[in-house]
Design a protein around this ligand. Structure first.
Ligand SMILES: Nc1ncnc2c1ncn2[C@@H]1O[C@H](COP(=O)(O)OP(=O)(O)OP(=O)(O)O)[C@@H](O)[C@H]1O
Length: 694
């Protein structure tokens, strides 16, 4: 019997466990309850190392997990390849950043990973959490709760608080947490919280538990760009976002870096409380902890040059270094002392490396080192046993019952994910500087200015033809470039957060992209509508609602096709500046082939095809048709030779090489372009996501 799988833990039982969430928002009792509950299924014993094992130890803890890793190597590209398409270069030059490390972390412990900068702390945590970039290679074995566990299951099941926190700055703290809970709910086949009230209650619990209630309605903000919550509150919000899913194991990458000593202590205290109350396992890399912060940790992993220099309890660490002759001076904090001792001093690299090698070698044969090796061997012997007996790895039988369902069996509900993501995208788009009140005001002011500039010169005369064409050019460009660059400027900034969320299994790319594209539409209806309406009537373009609506329809399609093109370039490039540098020549070429500057039927066949991929052409043609099609009696001024006069609108269209009957076709092609750009953008996003993670 595989009592850890979804098959054996019924939904009612899972809900029973979930319902034990305590009022402070953390699953204080659920660890005990789940262990008791599972113990009924499979009798369990504690082994010499304090880990639970039994005759059939495939049952996982719901709220806590042990993790063991063996001979873990990690290689990174020695020279980072140029990652922006199309300049990607391949490099086989690899650098080893983790050097055959092995280790074991017990469930329900708070472990500090320490070492000097570049010692491999983040690399180790990324490798354990299954969040390694696609250009890095990890080799070795990882077992969770005595079962081999693949990277995808680990990344979907474990929480990871990143060194640099990222949020949608336009959302408030409460809105962000509601999104996370909603999203988590959407990922389960049957939501954990069945009513809106339960979801809001969960958010309330988290806000209270992490001391975020006083800033719950404050926008999170973007550091150095917009004001928002403080650094400590951001860190606590990052915790809240991760523990909302009750992960059995949480990785925190330098959560206290950049915080003052008191805030750093409150963050560390929060971790301590999570471990003590809910029995979670937390592995946390940390730089220069104060003595108070250091005291909160149970265990230490010391790294240097990608190797383990020590692993064990804090007390054992002191005597280990003492035995080796490295005595911590009474004026030194032990944490600082370890990092100093294991650091590679500039100018004395060889000597420092010899010291580190010596310490690492000594650790391997020390009592702590041997004990860790035994635990690792034990975990893997167990895992191998299970592998051969029941082909049970944690990807098939789960780290915890709920995560089983999440990662192995449940198909996320596309529409629920879509609606949850749409809410967030819509909120962000509505509050984004790209479509905010300032932008709208700017647009109105510009419309009045452009409208007045053309107001007295629009007429159906020979001279008026040039002015009407100029007005159409102004309308097309003013609805193209802001749409294009507005989106282009925001997508690369948002993408790292999206890719991080995607990598952690929060959602699929399909619902995300559909929600993103849909959320953009209202902004690209409102702005062109305001601009076009004002300009049309101030300029006094062709009278009649029919012609106005034709112009409006064409402008709306143009703005949305341009925004879709902005999405494509934003998804293709990591940096805004590279995206802009690539887009500009592309855009100018399309504009030249738009029909304003060139008679399109006079272009050489070699370049003629460009007009067919230029949305400027379709946009210009449709607007010109709206103004000139079937217009009779264009006035011919006396000073202009009669034989050079254009008498009808169709003659004007003919002069520019436009087809008077092509309006519907132009709109259809603009729509196809909109779909085409979005499809390509979605594929580009997929490619980026593949590059981002294994
Ligand atoms: N994706 C990568 N590409 C190239 N080099 C990498 C990559 N990831 C890590 N490295 C290199 O691996 C080494 C270890 O990096 P890691 O980030 O794990 O160190 P760290 O101990 O967390 O450092 P810090 O405390 O400064 O964050 C460093 O020399 C780093 O430059």
């Amino acid at each position: 019997m595989n009592s850890g799988s979804c098959d054996s833990v019924s939904r009612e039982e899972t809900h029973l466990l979930n319902d034990t969430l305590t009022s402070d928002g953390l699953s204080v009792a659920s660890a005990e309850l789940s262990t008791n509950f599972l113990a009924k299924e499979t009798p369990r014993k504690k082994d010499n190392y304090g880990s639970f094992h039994g005759p059939e130890p495939v049952v996982s803890y719901k709220d806590s997990a042990s993790i063991a890793w063996k001979d873990l190597n990690m290689f990174v590209p020695a020279k980072k390849p140029t990652s922006s398409w199309p300049f990607k270069s391949s490099s086989l030059n690899l650098k080893m950043v983790l050097n055959g490390v092995s280790g074991f972390v017990k469930p329900g412990t708070l472990t500090a990973v320490m070492g000097s900068s570049g010692s491999g702390k983040t690399s180790l945590m990324n490798a354990l959490a299954g969040r390694v970039q696609s250009d890095c290679f990890v080799d070795g074995h990882i077992a969770v709760n005595g079962r081999l566990c693949d990277a995808k299951t680990r990344s979907n099941s474990f929480g990871f608080v990143h060194q640099t926190d990222m949020f949608f700055g336009a959302l408030t703290v409460r809105e962000h947490l509601t999104f996370v809970v909603d999203n988590f709910n959407a990922r389960l086949r049957v939501g954990r919280y069945s009513t809106r009230g339960e979801i809001l209650q969960r958010v309330d619990h988290l806000l209270s538990a992490l001391g975020l209630r006083k800033c719950q309605n404050t926008r999170i903000g973007i550091p150095h760009v917009t004001t928002g919550i403080s650094g400590g509150e951001r860190k606590r919000l990052a915790f809240a976002s991760e523990i909302v899913t009750d992960p059995p194991l949480l990785f925190c990458d330098e959560p206290t870096t950049g915080l003052d000593s008191f805030t750093a202590w409150t963050v560390a205290k929060t971790m301590r409380e999570i471990v003590s109350k809910s029995g979670k396992t937390i592995i946390c890399s940390i730089h220069q902890p104060s003595s108070e912060v250091f005291d909160l940790f149970d265990h230490l992993i010391l790294l240097s040059e990608g190797s383990v220099a020590f692993m064990g309890s804090k007390q054992a660490a002191l005597s280990f270094f003492n035995d080796l002759g490295y005595r911590c001076p009474s004026t030194f904090s032990p944490a600082d002392f370890y990092v100093h001792t294991l650091g590679i001093a500039p100018g004395r690299e060889n000597k420092s490396r010899a010291v580190v090698r010596n310490i690492c070698n000594y650790f391997a044969i020390s009592r702590e080192g041997v004990q860790i090796d035994q635990m690792v061997e034990h975990e893997f012997a167990l895992a191998m046993n299970l592998e051969s007996s029941s082909s049970s790895s944690c990807s098939s039988s789960g780290i915890s019952s709920e995560f089983d369902c999440l990662t192995a069996r449940s198909k996320p509900n596309w529409f629920i994910q879509f609606f949850v993501l749409l809410q967030r995208s819509a909120l962000d788009a509505a509050r984004n500087p790209g479509v905010n009140r300032v932008r709208t005001f700017q647009k109105l002011a510009l419309a009045i200015l452009v409208g007045l500039a053309f107001a007295s010169s629009i007429s159906m005369t020979q001279r008026g033809i040039q002015n009407i064409t100029g007005a159409i050019f102004a309308i097309v460009t003013e609805n193209t470039f802001p749409s294009l660059f507005g989106v282009l400027g925001s997508v690369p900034l948002e993408l790292p957060l999206i890719l991080r969320e995607y990598q952690s299994g929060m959602f699929n790319l399909g619902p995300y992209y559909a929600a993103k594209a849909l959320a953009l539409i209202p902004g690209f209806i409102l702005e062109p509508f305001l601009f076009t309406t004002l300009v049309y009537f101030i300029m006094g373009l062709r009278p009649g609602w029919y012609y106005f609506l034709q112009v409006l329809g064409a402008v709306l399609m143009t703005a949305n096709a341009a925004s879709a093109c902005g999405c494509l370039f934003g998804m293709m490039f990591e940096s805004v500046s590279v995206a802009i540098a690539t887009l500009l020549p592309f855009d100018v070429t399309l504009m030249i082939f738009g029909g304003f500057f060139l008679r399109l039927d006079s272009v050489s066949p070699f370049l003629n095809w460009i007009q067919y991929i230029s949305w400027f052409r379709y946009s210009t043609e449709s607007l010109m048709i709206s103004q000139y099609r079937n217009f009779e009696n264009i006035t011919c001024e006396p000073e202009i030779p009669q034989d050079r006069c254009l008498r009808t609108g169709n003659e004007v269209l003919n002069m520019y090489g436009f087809d008077p009957e092509a309006y519907d076709c132009d709109i259809l092609i603009l729509f196809i372009m909109y779909c085409f750009f979005h499809t390509c953008a979605y594929l580009a996003l997929h490619r980026r996501a593949r590059h981002f993670a294994n």
